[in-house]
Design a protein around this ligand. Structure first.
Ligand code: BES
Ligand code: MN
Ligand code: ZN
Length: 465
């Protein structure tokens, strides 16, 4: 990913840390001492969020930097720092708990998608590690988010099912995990009919597949965690084709797979006390003579038949088989990530991924973790009253819910619930995986959502003591 220096966090006890430039976070009502006050006034500094004023010293250097904090300081605003500060080593002048959040935000803000064009800014901003900051852990978390974002940002031509497989293989090999892959017509033999149906229209070199990473599976004393991801390399909508505007960003439809793989890597890096299974259904929802059709009735791994009302509701089909496969491991906990519905955005907008689970403890743990690491999730209901909307006269279930129920993110989650493991808790996150507007620290493009929250929850539950 980014060509920035790999180690932007400097230990507090290092020699150079003593000379670090203070970052002074100032709100509209805070008093600034002279002579910086006069300078700040001259520069139009009002303490608004996003404002940055460099206060020079007398020998051509920087004395300190005033950073607009607004009325209440939001430490995640530090995502903008790497793009907006001049080259230098800085230290955060805020209380340690905010500084730790800000330092991770700073790392997350360093991501830039520069695979096809070198990045414009070349400043090298570094930060002194705040008190109690685990720099190695933060760097792993930031790398996981960067991996997910880079996979999302990479165009579909270069992030097809095969590339997802390659990334899964690299992750598995790096941690002594196994990877098994079932591809193309073998999916029929191995009983993944829904994944095969959705992906069979793609070109042969982009054949559908299921990727399964297994880690520590012989450690049957440990709880088993399954991570499942929707990996639609490109979602044209299939024969019920999407309009141009809706298709434009569908390279991101493998965002769930990117999240599951990146989170799986984190779990293994952290050595959490679990057995781990990562399942990715990797397909392209393409159009060809062999494409599945509206009105088709698919079989599924679980045995339930599925009437296709719309080929654009493809994510739930491939997840049906992946979740059924997860069930066979009798997991204690299953998390799935999927860019599943446009309706999730109608309900909650791009920044709040709906979280679905019937397990109140899991919901509470995930929401508490989301809050703590500033990676929001919003619980939505698996409302049983809408289950009838996915009934079919001809099959066990239909993939496009009846119009009366509206709530498309909810009915999609209810569809998944029919296939999800019942041995333990299951949670589903309907993520957007995308920043729709460009602002410093949050470039338009791929975004990790719920990944840090899920990891914090897993860590709280399963870190080795
Ligand atoms: N991948 C899309 C959902 C999506 C669209 C996510 C835009 C993020 C942004 C999914 O496969 C899809 O097309 N869903 C349809 C379902 C409908 C046909 C029942 C949708 O949400 O419109
Ligand atoms: Mn679709
Ligand atoms: Zn899709």
């Amino acid at each position: 990913m980014s060509a920035l220096s790999p180690d932007p966090i400097v230990a507090a006890d290092s020699a150079e840390a003593a000379g670090a430039i203070p970052l002074r976070f100032v709100g509209p009502d805070d008093v600034i001492a002279e002579p910086a006050r006069a300078w700040a006034e001259r520069m139009g500094f009002k303490g608004k969020p996003g404002q940055i004023v460099v206060v020079p010293n007398t020998d051509g250097g920087i004395d300190h930097v005033l950073v607009g904090a607004g009325k209440t300081f939001d430490p995640t605003s530090a995502r903008a720092l790497s793009a907006r500060l001049p080259t230098g080593l800085y230290r955060l002048e805020v209380k340690p708990e905010d500084a730790r959040v800000a330092a991770l935000a700073f790392l997350l803000g360093r991501y830039a998608f520069d695979r096809y064009k070198p990045r414009a800014d070349t400043s090298e901003v570094r930060l002194v590690a705040p008190e109690g900051f685990d720099a190695a852990e933060a760097s792993r978390i930031a790398s996981a988010c960067a991996l997910a974002r880079e996979m999302v940002d990479t165009p579909a031509a270069d992030m097809g099912p095969l590339q997802m497989e390659t990334i899964a293989r690299e992750i598995a090999e790096a941690h002594g995990a196994t990877l098994s892959v079932v591809t193309g017509d073998d999916l029929l033999e191995q009983n993944y009919p829904a994944i095969h149906a959705v992906g069979r229209a793609a070109a042969p070199h982009r054949a559908p597949r299921i990727l399964e990473i297994g880690w520590n599976l012989d450690r049957t004393d440990r709880p088993l965690v399954a991570l499942v991801g929707k990996g639609v390399a490109f979602d044209s909508g299939g024969l019920d084709i999407k309009p141009a505007a809706g298709m434009r960003n569908m390279k991101k439809d493998m965002g769930g797979a990117a999240h599951a793989l990146a989170l799986g890597r984190l779990v293994m890096q952290a050595g959490l006390d679990v057995r781990l299974v990562v399942l990715v259904a990797a397909v392209e929802n393409a159009i060809s003579a062999d494409a599945f059709r509206p009105g088709d009735i698919l079989s599924s791994r679980k045995g339930l038949t599925i009437e296709i009302g719309n080929t654009d509701a493809e994510g739930r089909l491939i997840l049906a088989d992946a979740l059924a496969r997860a069930s066979e491991h009798a997991p204690d906990l299953t998390l799935d990530f999927a860019t599943l519905t446009g309706a999730a955005r109608i309900a909650l907008g791009p920044e709040l991924p709906p979280l679905y689970t019937d397990d109140d403890t899991l919901a509470a743990d995930l929401l508490a973790a989301a809050d703590a690491v500033r990676d929001p999730l919003w619980r939505m209901p698996l409302w049983p009253g809408y289950r009838a909307a996915i009934d079919s006269d001809l099959a066990d279930v239909r993939n496009d819910s009846a119009g009366w129920a509206q709530g498309g993110s909810i009915t999609a989650a209810l569809f998944l619930q029919k296939f999800a493991p019942t041995t333990g808790a299951w949670a589903h996150m309907d993520i957007f995986a995308w920043n729709p507007r460009n602002r410093p620290g949050w470039p338009e493009g791929g975004e990790a959502q719920g990944l840090r929250a899920a990891y914090a929850m897993l860590r709280a539950r399963y870190a080795k003591s």
